[in-house]
Design a protein around this ligand. Structure first.
Ligand SMILES: Cc1cc2nc3c(=O)[nH]c(=O)nc-3n(C[C@H](O)[C@H](O)[C@H](O)COP(=O)(O)OP(=O)(O)OC[C@H]3O[C@@H](n4cnc5c(N)ncnc54)[C@H](O)[C@@H]3O)c2cc1C
Ligand code: FES
Length: 345
């Protein structure tokens, strides 16, 4: 039982909620089904950056890349790191009415591992079965925990939301990874896991007509694949360009599936790009980093209508992609992204 409860007021949206002592403002919002902008939930990505108008707070440890000192000096805070010591009034720097409207309360689920499959030399498909259906939007993620180990990692669903009791994830294996290295032998079918979610703001916005750009690298394909499947199931008609950055040919996967979609939909293009194509591998596709290829294709594509762009993957890739999208005239409030920041140990 919490000792003390305070009231938090989000200024522009006129939403009030409670926060318990020892609880972050972001966790309090999740608990009460109030969706505010967020990404990593660990003080690494800056998505939840807001401004404190009134009240006493303490900030837990965070990265100064997410909140530089000059911003902290001007009352900026990270909601995922903020503990309240009085009632608070907060200005949300980024808020999205669609996000607020489509809030889904975060819940805990018991899960069982059902399948691990190698998609490439270092990418695995993980499938789990939940004890109840998870409601989520295509593009969102959950926190998976291996019980008794203290290991919790964020993974984005690769499947579309229809069957929310079976979840699939596309996961990059790091040799020293506390979670991902266990996908090669450590974790076996039948293993109990817990899942908590849904989290994330990079989910498919429905009912739009202009072109949709999906831009990913590595395991960033996971949420983008979910968004693409969900788009196909919706029957909506719009131009879709799926850009995927990899190092070499052996890092590409789901190629038959992409070819089948392209054969069916004249308005769909899959554009894989290799940054380190190897001599003699017969690669005839795009070469270079994905942001370079994106810039080149967007210059030539002559897209009409308002563009929505979704980008997921390593932080460095997203940081390179965002300015390219803005230079190409994509409105900032139509750019949705999730940086796959490493977990804080
Ligand atoms: C919102 C969000 C969504 C995510 N979705 C996915 C997803 O769908 N699929 C997926 O594979 N991952 C995803 N991640 C990343 C995931 O949560 C883990 O951070 C990642 O799997 C590494 O965890 P680990 O326990 O295996 O490695 P850790 O034990 O955390 O790290 C061990 C070592 O691995 C290396 N390493 C770990 N992460 C990185 C990195 N990002 N870049 C470079 N080296 C690294 C480093 O050498 C590090 O010292 C997501 C992260 C966030 C924040
Ligand atoms: S810094 Fe708060 S969600 Fe990433």
């Amino acid at each position: 039982m919490a000792d003390q409860t305070y009231t938090v007021r989000f200024e522009q949206v006129g939403v009030e909620m409670e926060v318990n002592e020892g609880e972050t403002v972001l966790d309090a919002a999740f608990r009460q089904g109030i969706s505010v902008m967020h990404g990593c939930k660990e003080g690494q990505c800056s998505s939840c950056k807001s401004r404190l108008i009134e009240g006493d707070i303490e900030l837990l440890k965070y990265s100064t890349f997410a909140l530089p000192d000059y911003e902290r000096d001007t009352d900026h805070i990270l909601l995922c790191r903020t503990h309240a010591f009085s009632d608070l009034t907060i200005e949300l720097l980024n808020y999205d009415e669609d996000l607020m409207r489509r809030s889904i309360p975060v819940k805990d689920y018991q899960a069982r591992l059902t399948r691990i499959e190698a998609l490439t030399h270092d990418i695995r498909l993980l499938e789990i079965e939940l004890d109840a259906k998870l409601r989520f939007w295509a593009g969102q993620y959950v926190d998976l925990t291996i019980p008794g180990t203290g290991i919790t990692r964020a993974f984005s669903m690769a499947n579309p939301p229809e069957n929310g009791s079976t979840l699939q994830f596309i996961i990059k294996r790091y040799p020293q990874g506390a979670f991902s290295a266990q996908l090669d032998g450590g974790l076996q079918p039948g293993q109990a896991l817990t899942a908590k979610g849904p989290y994330g703001t990079c989910f498919r916005r429905e009912g739009r007509e202009g072109p949709m750009l999906l831009v990913g690298g590595g395991s960033g394909k996971s949420p983008l694949w979910s968004i693409l499947q969900d788009h196909l199931a919706s029957g909506e008609q719009r131009k879709v360009l799926f850009f995927y950055g990899a190092r070499t040919r052996q890092d590409l996967f789901l190629l038959d599936e992409f070819a089948a979609i392209a054969a069916r939909l004249p308005d769909f293009r899959f554009i894989p790009a290799l940054s380190h194509a190897e001599e003699g591998d017969g690669w005839t596709g795009e070469r270079g980093f994905i942001h370079e290829v994106l810039a080149r294709v967007l210059r030539e594509a002559e897209l009409e209508g308002e563009i929505d762009a979704y980008s997921c993957g390593p932080t460095a890739m997203i940081d390179a992609v965002l300015p390219v999208l803005q230079m190409a005239g994509v409105e900032p409030d139509r750019i949705y992204f999730d940086k796959f920041t490493p977990a804080v140990r």
